[in-house]
Design a protein around this ligand. Structure first.
Ligand code: URA
Length: 433
């Protein structure tokens, strides 16, 4: 088999066989197929697409390119959750302790942030001493002991995807449905859970700007998962404006804690309740959504969900006092309001721009190697549909450097579109599949 022939086949609109896809992925992972040939293949796939069988084969080839976690040592149905990412997406921080307090086994591998979207692993490191790298044995042992562990992705989990994603990132071939679906699902399958709940975002701050495309992506991922023997559910949720109010690592941790106490923003709380219900149902702990919601509410009202987060933090070496006393979390040296220059209604908040503002403050990574400042970020006080008067704060900027604050302020102001139209805030949940 020759990579040249496979590229030509795909370029001419042909269909690659399972063997051809495995040959290509194995060869690329081992370094036998160079980046320039793989780039050409990615572009051919970008333009000509892949059918369901090809997408499934690509997913399996990438999932099998490295270690596959064996979670059979953990009793019960192990449930994972994946979000396609967005600005202010701190869902895992609140959701996983909530569902774990209801009895769902959480053995989760999460990523770090890159670019303007944050990662769960960085956020968890806001708890002083929290270790995100455990041995497989310690990881499984912790889930058996306390029902939850969250660690960073091990180096050898789906290495083919790691290499390919980096290549797609610099060759303008990221936003293809089959490539995104196989990339996400290869990591999820290799991570070993029995059931997976997907949170597929739609809107200006998401990969999938249109709801119809988000539905297609969710459908592709669900098909891949079901064919691999996993129970699947998906939620299509809104990313037309930042999720909740806080954007920035420790600020998002604080908001997740408020949510675990029952005082979170309405959109974020509803997303956690919806995803949590799905997780309880696929884990066969709740029979229907109503029962699941009641269980989740009880976990929050009783304080068990918050205590579960504290247990997780302590088990992984972190300072659990920070869960109960959020003033101990990393704090920026200055908090400055961004004041509205006019009266009106917030018609739109450019989601990506808010993420970039947090990046400018130092809260995100420009490259994989960059260090991040956990304390900085933005807290929105107005969301789409809010009325605002001139001189009222639209947001608060938490910063440590004046030059960065000024750059952020200029950009953040432009991200808010204020006009005369009374625009209703869109629903956070678009669909449940
Ligand atoms: N996230 C991934 O892991 N892969 C993609 O291709 C896109 C988003």
């Amino acid at each position: 088999m020759r990579m040249y022939d496979l590229i030509m086949k795909k370029r001419n609109g042909g269909t690659l066989s399972r063997d051809e896809i495995f040959f290509m992925i194995e060869g690329y992972t081992k370094g036998n197929i160079p980046d320039y040939q793989m780039s050409a293949m990615m572009m051919a796939i970008y333009f000509n697409g892949m059918n369901e069988k090809e997408t499934a084969a690509l997913t399996m080839a990438m999932a099998e390119s490295g270690d596959q976690l064996d979670l059979s040592g953990i009793q019960g149905i192990k449930v994972d959750k994946h979000s396609t990412g967005g600005v202010g997406d701190k869902t895992s921080l609140a959701l996983t302790p909530m569902v774990s307090a209801c009895g769902v086994k959480i053995a989760k591998m999460s990523g770090r942030g890159l670019g303007h979207t944050g990662g769960t692993i960085d956020k968890l490191e806001s708890f002083q001493g929290f270790s995100t790298s455990l041995s497989e044995e310690a990881f499984i042992d912790q889930v058996n002991r306390i029902g939850i562990s969250i660690i960073g992705q091990t180096k050898n989990l789906a290495p083919a995807d790691k290499k390919l994603y980096a290549l797609r990132d610099v060759t303008a071939t990221v936003d293809n449905m089959s490539l995104i679906a196989s990339s996400i699902m290869s990591k999820k399958l290799a991570a070993g859970a029995d059931a997976i709940v997907l949170d597929v975002k739609t809107g200006s701050g998401a990969f999938m700007k249109e709801e119809a495309d988000a539905m297609l992506l969710a459908g592709e991922m669900m098909t891949i998962g079901k064919n691999a023997g996993r129970k699947m559910m998906a939620v299509i949720s809104d990313m037309d404006q930042p999720l909740g109010n806080a954007v920035g690592n420790a600020l998002e941790v604080k908001e997740a804690i408020e949510t675990l106490k029952g005082h979170g923003p309405a959109d974020f709380t509803e997303l956690c309740m919806t995803l949590g219900s799905c997780m309880l149902m696929v884990a066969e702990i709740a029979e229907n959504e109503q029962q699941a919601r009641e269980m989740l509410k009880e976990a929050v009202d009783s304080g068990k969900a918050l205590d579960k987060l504290a247990e997780l933090v302590e088990a992984q070496g972190g300072d659990k006092r920070m869960v109960y006393e959020t003033d101990l979390l990393p704090k920026a040296s200055s908090i400055t309001p961004l004041l509205s220059e006019k009266d009106g209604y917030v018609e739109k908040i450019q989601c990506d721009e808010v993420g970039i503002c947090s990046l400018i403050l130092g809260g995100g990574r420009e490259t994989k190697e960059s260090a991040i400042d956990l304390s900085v970020g933005i807290v929105l006080t107005k969301k789409v549909g809010s009325h605002v008067k001139a001189g009222e704060p639209l947001a608060y900027i938490h910063s440590n450097e004046e030059a960065k604050r000024l750059a952020c302020e200029e950009r953040l102001r432009k991200a808010f579109h204020i006009g005369d139209k009374v625009k209703k805030e869109g629903a956070i949940i678009h669909q449940i599949l």
